[in-house]
Design a protein around this ligand. Structure first.
Ligand code: ADP
Ligand code: MG
Length: 389
């Protein structure tokens, strides 16, 4: 991944923006998986993500004029944006970059003009967080290039604010955070309330994680993601009327009859059930990974999937079908990951088992949905960094 099209992209950069004495610098941010703790990172929950070896890369070079010229290799498109920066529906990909510039400037920095080329191999809209990778690599590249002294944790917060305020997805902090601070071979456990985190290395023994892409793409910006967050927030407000000490939905530990007395709507009740039961599953998964009890981990992952599907209602028939099939085919555990409404399934399985079930799954999925699935092995990788050219 480190040398990912970087030579061709340097040539492309120079043919689009011109060759000068100053070489652009190359930066890269990874995709991420999340083992457990889904849809809790905007509710103060604990999550267990890791950076993986897919990436978004940018070349960035300062220039004298005050505008920003951006080229996307994926969309084969160049746009020039100027302050005051506003969303650009003609090139939505540029909003993730513009949003980061705006949020850096809100902190009191000035971001001078630059040329930027972006390319990436993270499947977009697949739950691996290509959007956060684009935000984090942009924030880091700007900070390093202009010497703004912004920590990686702060880059993560800037990226989240860009997505919340400029793009309009009210995402939590998990994706940007792990993409910023991730480390080769390690997951992080992150408390999304305090932002305290620690690195964990799990020895998976005879097991492995892999990904299956349903190839149903979501656009989180246009999905019910924000609605889910609003439902969780209104559930908490109602619960606080009776129990003012709860500051996060994640911490609510009421009995069913106590919850009933809070007069939640059916939807608010279901969202609360997912969030609070995810807290229990997260403990089981972390303990199971530490002690090598992978069967328990796997069954908690299946439970999380069905909770996301039935209680949180962010799955879709295609990912439900994949998870149900994997369950029938005897894999250890599986669940949809990311915001939902399509995207990837994370699978925990005995090594080499997938080759025995792959054909069955591919065939039945194709027959039912007229769609192919993709299968990705991955390595746990570093967070955002500069690639020396
Ligand atoms: P996810 O983050 O799960 O991949 P999102 O819907 O949140 O899905 O974000 C996907 C959007 O991020 C794309 O539609 C595109 O605008 C932007 N994006 C991601 N990667 C790139 C890239 N390599 N080049 C340009 N835009 C990108
Ligand atoms: Mg995203």
């Amino acid at each position: 991944m480190d040398s990912f099209r970087s030579k061709e992209n340097l040539n492309r950069f120079e043919s689009i923006f011109g060759k000068t004495k100053q070489l652009p610098r190359l930066f890269q941010a990874p995709a991420r998986i999340n083992i457990i703790g889904e849809h809790v990172d905007y509710l103060g929950g604990t999550v267990l993500p890791a950076a993986i070896n897919f990436a978004v890369q940018v070349y960035l070079r300062p220039k004298d004029t005050a505008s920003y010229k951006l080229h996307s290799v994926t969309y084969n498109e160049t746009v020039e944006i100027k302050k005051p920066l506003t969303p650009n529906p003609q090139a939505p990909w540029s909003d993730y970059i513009a949003g980061v510039i705006v949020e850096i400037e809100k902190k009191g920095h000035v971001v001078p003009g630059f040329d930027l080329l972006v390319d990436g191999n993270i499947p977009q809209g697949s739950g691996l967080s290509s959007s956060a990778a684009l935000e984090v690599v942009t924030g880091f590249a700007i900070g390093e290039t202009f010497g703004l002294d912004i920590s990686k944790e702060e880059v993560a917060l800037i990226g989240q604010r860009a997505e919340n305020h400029f793009v309009g997805t009210k995402c939590g902090i998990m994706d940007q955070f792990v993409i910023a601070v991730g480390k080769e071979n390690d997951c992080i456990s992150l408390n999304t309330d305090t932002l305290k985190y620690s690195y964990h290395h799990f020895d998976l023994g005879d097991y492995e994680f892999y990904l299956i892409n349903s190839n149903v793409k979501h656009s989180l910006k246009d999905s019910a993601y924000n609605q889910r967050r609003a439902e969780c927030e209104s559930a908490l407000v109602k619960i606080q009327t009776n129990y003012p000490n709860f500051t996060h939905l994640y911490d609510v530990n009421l009995t069913e009859s106590e919850l009933d007395a809070c007069r939640l709507t059916n939807q608010e009740w279901k969202r609360t059930k997912h969030v609070t039961s995810e807290r229990d599953r997260t403990k089981i998964v972390i303990e199971g990974l530490e002690s090598g009890n992978f069967k328990e981990v796997g069954s908690a992952l299946f439970q999380t999937h069905w909770s996301l599907s039935k209680e949180f209602e962010v799955s879709c028939p295609e990912t439900d079908f994949i998870v149900a099939s994997l369950q029938n085919l005897g894999v250890t555990g599986a669940r949809m990951i990311g915001g939902g409404f399509g995207g990837c399934v994370l699978v925990l399985d005995l090594k080499d088992h997938f080759s025995k079930i792959e054909e069955d799954l591919k065939k039945s999925y194709q027959q039912k949905f007229d769609l192919a699935i993709d299968f990705y092995k991955f390595q746990i990788s570093d967070g955002v960094k500069e690639i020396l050219i």
